[in-house]
Ligand binder design. Structure first.
Ligand SMILES: [Zn+2]
Length: 275
């Protein structure tokens, strides 16, 4: 099993698993035939499950300059009816990996989909990360607030705003001198990634820049959950080019866990090489 923790200069990134998930291919990738993915099965066997696309809801904790930053909060305790009654176990996995919920100084959301905000609040409405300041992209807040009936996950976000714990941001936000948000729109209007730079090393926590590792090669393949598939494809192409060119470590939260790897070129194709 690949390590759950990596160092980036003086910073550290810890992969935290909320839950595995499986989706029918044509639900997750409605513009592709499932056969499109078959050539990638040998390289990425863990992304293929018996019922379809096999993925995970993974979150990342970043330790930087004395701060603990939690990037995304998973699908939540569930049970999630439309995913077969699955239940997340983020808090349990955090404790097992030495990250206590009370340690978290900052919670930052790459975007406001339901599998990224699920553990914000406990059942009684108190924050699960009581010391943390929460951050969310302004453009996602504006977008999802417009249609609350279709976006029940906002029940995990709006109360934080009412409690004065949530700050909305746009563009590049400096969380510590080593960790900055990078706008990567398309999957959602305000989608962002986190750039970690320390001691001459770099990493990108990508959020939902891509879901299946085949998409680092076929950047134009979009998930049915991309709100603007064309923009998502352009962003994916641009950021994957950068990851490959700069040799940055990447942390892809929906790739086979723990999601750490680099984009490299093999026989003319770009591949995700897990650590
Ligand atoms: Zn997601």
């Amino acid at each position: 099993m690949a390590p759950a923790k990596v160092s980036v200069g003086n910073a550290e990134i810890i992969s935290l698993v909320d839950t595995p998930m499986e989706f029918p291919w044509n639900l997750f990738f409605p513009n592709n035939s499932p056969a499109d993915f078959e050539p990638y099965r040998g390289r990425y066997p863990e992304a293929f499950g018996p019922a379809g696309f096999h993925t995970n809801a993974v979150c990342y904790a970043i330790r930087s300059q004395g701060k603990t930053i939690l990037c995304d909060t998973g699908i939540g305790p569930g049970p999630i009816a439309f995913l077969g009654g699955i239940r997340g176990r983020l808090l349990e996995d955090m404790r097992a990996k030495g990250v206590q919920p009370d340690d978290v100084d900052i919670v930052v959301h790459t975007h406001l989909h339901g599998d990224h905000v699920g553990w914000n609040l406990s059942a009684d409405g108190a924050p699960n990360f009581p010391r943390a300041k929460y951050y969310a992209p302004q453009a996602d807040w504006d977008f999802f607030r417009k249609a609350l009936d279709a976006n029940p996950q906002m029940a995990q976000v709006i109360p934080l705003h009412d409690q004065g714990r949530l700050e909305l941001f746009s563009g590049e936000l400096t969380l510590t001198p080593e960790v900055t948000t990078l706008p990567t729109p398309g999957h959602t209007p305000g989608h962002c990634s986190l750039l970690v730079s320390s001691g001459g090393e770099g990493a990108l926590v990508t959020g939902d820049l891509a879901h299946h590792p085949a998409q680092v090669d076929r950047t134009e393949w979009s998930s049915g959950f991309d709100t603007d598939p064309a923009a998502a494809g352009r962003t994916r192409a641009k950021v994957c080019d950068r990851l490959e060119a700069e040799g940055l470590l990447a942390a892809f939260c929906h790739f086979p866990e723990p999601g750490f790897g680099r984009l490299v070129r093999l026989e003319g194709r770009r591949v995700f090489r897990a650590l």
